[in-house]
Design a protein around this ligand. Structure first.
Ligand code: NAD
Length: 336
């Protein structure tokens, strides 16, 4: 199938081309570095499908333009689909496919990396040692063993993160409207959200972004947390109210914060902006705190995950070409 691949970096091209060739799928892939938005949708002209990532816009306006260009499939290279207007896709007859599970370990392990780095101040220690500063003041951490980790969302990634943190000797509390039996096997237990926030030393977010989870962590939630608690978000930026987070950090009602995602990341992440002036003052303020560690949506970025994303994406496109249905479709009807 002729597929226009948006937001594609060198690494996306490498993995997709390799899988396309190795499996003999034979799709014609055109790679565009640019994001999909109303101004770039016309690049899809002459293609049957688009292939998109997390910061591509698939709202009604863009989907209408894509439909006008004859696009019948949007193959997402992500698990999350909060950036897609599913009702508009249904109305316009565009099938949405995604990669439901590519490597929960990749994101869960990055969560652990953020926890360890923040706790032992590795980000500060790295810079100090390079300057010949071997003083330990300000680098005091705590033992993970015996601490309580609160996992919000115990799907594929949340369970994996819970298992890793259990391995460090942590007690696991969790909340999820759809509890998983696996949590019991790990030795964790479900509580309601207020209890989790009040009892956890580390709160880690692994729920999708939905209207219900938008700003789930707001000023009230932060107030409930222990004043020295650590908050980790590797799910979606808007699950956290960033302005409330900044107020919490300023008022010392939070111990530390590790973020791989940010609510306005679309203007920043995945690009080299080192020669430009960051215009987002909220993000810039976030970076001034010594107890905040931000990575640019890289939790998924392992060889294994990229291989799996490329494989499922190519299979979604092939299946749609052969049968008219993608392997992993997401639609309003399927979610109902
Ligand atoms: P999943 O669907 O397997 O699990 C999500 C879980 O969240 C489900 O069990 C669901 O019931 C639960 N949930 C829904 N609403 C909730 C709420 N209000 N409170 C608590 N739990 C709730 O998804 P997954 O594969 O584990 O991925 C989780 C999220 O991680 C994705 O939606 C995506 O946003 C994010 N993600 C981030 C990266 C990254 O690179 N940073 C990569 C992949 C996925």
């Amino acid at each position: 199938m002729k597929t226009a691949v948006f937001s594609s970096k060198r690494y996306d091209r490498e993995f997709l081309e390799r899988v396309n060739e190795a499996t003999g799928a034979g799709h014609t892939l055109a790679f565009f570095d640019t994001r999909l938005n109303p101004d770039t949708a016309s690049l899809a002209c002459g293609h049957d499908a688009v292939c998109c990532f997390v910061n591509d816009r698939l709202d009604r306006a863009v989907l209408e333009r894509l439909a006008g260009e004859g696009i019948r499939l949007a193959a997402l290279r992500s698990a999350g689909f909060n950036h897609v207007d599913l009702a508009a896709a249904r109305d316009l007859g565009i099938t949405i496919a995604r990669v439901p599970a590519y490597s929960p370990e990749s994101v869960a392990e990055h969560t652990a990396a953020l926890i360890l780095a923040l706790n032992r101040k590795i980000h500060r220690a790295y810079l100090r040692v390079r300057e010949g500063n071997f003083a330990l003041d300000g680098l005091l951490g705590f033992n993970l063993s015996g601490k309580t980790v609160g996992v919000i969302g115990t799907g594929k990634i949340g369970i994996c993160a819970a298992r890793i943190m259990r391995g460090f000797g942590c007690a696991i509390l969790a909340c999820d409207p759809q509890p998983s039996e696996e949590l019991d096997e790990i030795g964790g237990c479900y509580v309601d959200l207020p209890d989790l926030l009040e009892q956890a030393d580390i709160v880690t977010l692994h729920c999708p972004l939905t209207p219900e989870t938008h700003h789930l962590i707001d000023a009230e939630a932060i107030d409930r947390m222990k004043p020295d608690a650590m908050l980790i978000n590797t799910s979606r930026g808007a699950v956290v109210d960033t302005k409330a987070l900044i107020e919490g950090l300023k008022g010392r009602s939070l111990g530390s914060v590790g973020l791989d995602v940010y609510e306005e990341e679309g203007d920043l992440f995945f690009e080299n902006l080192s020669d430009t002036m960051i215009q987002d003052d909220v993000f810039a303020r976030l970076l001034t705190f010594p107890n905040v560690l931000v990575t640019g949506h890289q939790a998924f970025f392992t060889r294994e995950a990229m291989e799996a994303i490329a494989t499922t994406t190519i299979r979604n496109i092939s299946s749609f070409e052969e049968t008219g249905a993608a392997l992993h479709e997401v639609s309003v009807e399927k979610l109902a």
